[in-house]
Design a protein around this ligand. Sequence first.
Ligand SMILES: [Zn+2]
Length: 93
Amino acid sequence: MKKCYTCKKLKNLSEFGKNSAKDDNLQINCKCCYNKYARDYKKRNPDVYLRANAKKSKEAVTEYQKAYQKIYRARPENKAKAKIYQKKYHESF
Ligand SMILES: [Zn+2]
């Protein structure tokens, strides 16, 4: 039995996915919580899932990169980073 990190319930080891990076080779979340997390993640980060389509054509790759950059740049912490980067770039000339 292993305790799920998310729902804190004790579940059979078969209820946990594999993760070779962990000491016990299992995910910290049960499959139920992991699936729920994956669904939410997909909803929050649709850009990540454009990657799957990106394999199909170069056009799709461009679309993926555009979408990613749009989301990436929209984050306030990255906006600040870009500003610092631009400043440094201009100062070096
Ligand atoms: Zn769980």
